[in-house]
Design a protein. Sequence first.
Length: 476
Amino acid sequence: MKKTLAYLLVTMFLLMMLPLNLLAVTAPEENETYANLYASVQGETNASAAYKAFAEKAYDEGYPVIARLFMATSDAEAKHADDEWEILQGMGATVRPVAETPVVGTTAENLEAAFDGETYEYEEMYPDFLATAIEEGMTDAARIFNFAMKAEEVHAINYADVLDNLSDTAYINSKYGVVYRCPTCGEVVTERPSRCPICGVIGSMFVTYNQTYFNLYDSVQGETSASAAYKAFAEVARSEGYATIARLFMATSDAEAKHADDEWEILSSMGATVRPVAETPVVGTTAENLEAAFDGETYEYEEMYPDFLATAIEEGMTDAARIFNFAMKAEEVHAINYADVLENLSDMAYVSSKYAVVYRCPVCGEVVTELPGRCPICGTRGSEYIPYPTPVKTVVINSPSLTSMVRGGTLKISASIEPYDEEAITAVKWESSNEKVVKIDQTGLMTAVAVGNAVITLTVETLHGNFSKVIMVRVS
Ligand SMILES: [Fe+2]
Ligand SMILES: [Fe+2]
Ligand SMILES: [Fe+2]
Ligand SMILES: [Fe+2]
């Protein structure tokens, strides 16, 4: 009996473990492609990281065009790694290989190393992995290995060509000035095909790598970080008692977020998929934050955007040129605002009255203290500008227009103010037309003093104008 029970328990335990075992063990032990996929994910991940590092080095050495070729190829290898990892996961793998630290030399050395790596992959590694995958009936893996093998050959040819012509900058710049990456197989070419000769994807889906592509990346990064920094600066300003300055930071933060959105839209239409996230802002006192903000805006409107704009025009990137031009001009207005507030930080009467309400152009991000008829930068109507704080639209007393009370009684009435933005409201006042009949305090608490009628008036004073509401109170 005891023996039977123990046997039963062991059997139950084994049955419980069975599905786990199947997932974790069957595939790797029985299938060589599993190990090959692991090796290829590792290799592709390393290659992608190395090419990113090589791109940086190429930039530093004054080869921006070669940097772009490395970046495009890096993205291709990342896609290979993703595709291979997806198959591995389907086979039960859970621990994805991470990139090894790349060995970075001069650009000439890096091109040579890249060429060697690609050549090994397309001549030895992938043909071998592909044959095994076919033998093992691993159709999905075979398909990916085949695409990667052919793409690596194209990568190798590019690298060899650039390496051979490293001293001929004119050739490199004209041939590789713009490169295109197939989003499916990772082929990197200098002319957009109608269809990818390797995998058949339509040419319009290819990702474009010109200088504007990278400039858009930089600007999305900068705008996103600026937006986050200004939000943090607004909090500091509020805590230091500068509500007005906090609003200016918030309005400008929203302007930068809009710049980032517009730039990202263009970038994603060019095939970008990984949107930069905000860097952690360095926050100081409000005076320090205003100075940092002024410096950032000045750099953007004096150096960064003029440069990006000129390149976008050169490259025929009309949409990007339009956004860069708007942003450039808006940043100048931001810089002027920040400088003005910083210079007058000790004169809060001036700052509070001048910046009591600010308006943001919803298109170009200009932030102004007076509504224009049309935005001088982008032509948007002033009526479409977004005010900070949010103006009050409706004020309602939450009691019937004729309210009854009994002598000696009390009644608290309230008001609805919408939209409610505390910073828009400068005063809320309750008044009774006849204090001998109904008294009211500033919380809306009424006391019926004597029989008769009184008119209760609520006045809400806001930065955008005042509102009044009345009700009649009858005491019996
Ligand atoms: Fe690859
Ligand atoms: Fe490659
Ligand atoms: Fe901006
Ligand atoms: Fe700005």
